[in-house]
Design a protein. Structure first.
Length: 255
């Protein structure tokens, strides 16, 4: 099975970091969040990745072209013009990097990699969020239902502390209360190749026409996930992920 990862957006809400590199290359614990996401899928035995590039895509190409340099100790013999890589940490990954255009929308990016996906069930997600979704169970859930698309549904917590007031007196304070109970699109899709027929052009947003039409035709299934999930939309989110990585990162399902 293959995983398609969106990695071409501008990341304007985290411009403090994304003006230098694409958002999926922003580092958590010294590794790009894209690496963390790929490690999640690899833990479940999925090691073939198709990455949709756009904004500063060359940064991602250079990262994988020099993967051993990033992951290993290196000796440069300047006199003899030689480089020795020590303790090579190779991942069992096959990575296809596809330039899907800087201004292409999410659906259009997916459509552009159709030829690389082929005619099989595949996974699809955003390159800026991590979760402890059990991918094996999700795929089984998708296949049993026999629908074209499965989306991971999550219920995000509230972002701000809540005050329970009696007059001007704070009766109770809750640091991170539950949200309003709504389920939202958490990415981590499982899709059938039929979904490509729902995408019209580069200017098709996956989250609008395709998903809406799939839902109206009863072809969109929700896989409820009540565990950890966080999208790195802002610098605050990045800092939260860094803090979690330093202690006990819940998305680190690999050994």
């Amino acid at each position: 099975m293959k995983v398609v990862i969106l990695a071409g957006g501008l990341g304007t809400r985290i411009s403090e970091e994304s003006h230098l590199r694409p958002k999926p290359m922003i580092e958590i614990g010294g590794k790009p969040i894209l690496w963390h996401l790929m490690k999640i899928y690899s833990h479940y035995g999925i090691n073939e990745f198709i990455i949709c590039l756009g904004y500063k895509g060359y940064v991602i190409k250079e990262y994988f072209a020099n993967y051993f340099l990033h992951m290993s100790d290196v000796t440069f013999d300047m006199e003899n013009n030689r480089m020795d890589v020590h303790q090579k940490n190779a991942e069992p990954w096959r990575v296809t990097l596809v330039d899907t255009g800087e201004s292409t929308l999410t659906g259009g990016r997916l459509k552009r990699v159709q030829s690389y996906v082929g005619d099989e069930t595949f996974c699809f997600t955003y390159g800026d969020g991590v979760a402890d979704v059990n991918i094996t169970e999700q795929i089984a859930f998708h296949r049993k239902a026999g629908k074209y698309a499965t989306v991971t549904a999550i219920q995000p917590p509230g972002r701000y502390g809540a005050l329970n007031l009696q007059g001007n007196l704070v009766h109770r304070f809750q640091e991170k209360p539950a949200g309003d109970g709504s389920w939202i699109n958490g990415g981590f899709f499982v899709l059938e190749p039929e979904v490509f027929g729902y995408i019209q052009s580069d200017q098709t947003s996956w989250e609008s026409q395709p998903l809406q039409r799939l839902a109206s035709e009863s072809q969109l299934l929700a896989y409820p996930h009540t565990g950890f999930w966080l999208a790195m939309d802002t610098l605050r989110d990045k800092n939260q992920l860094e803090e979690l990585w330093a202690t006990n990162p819940p998305w680190k399902v690999w050994a």
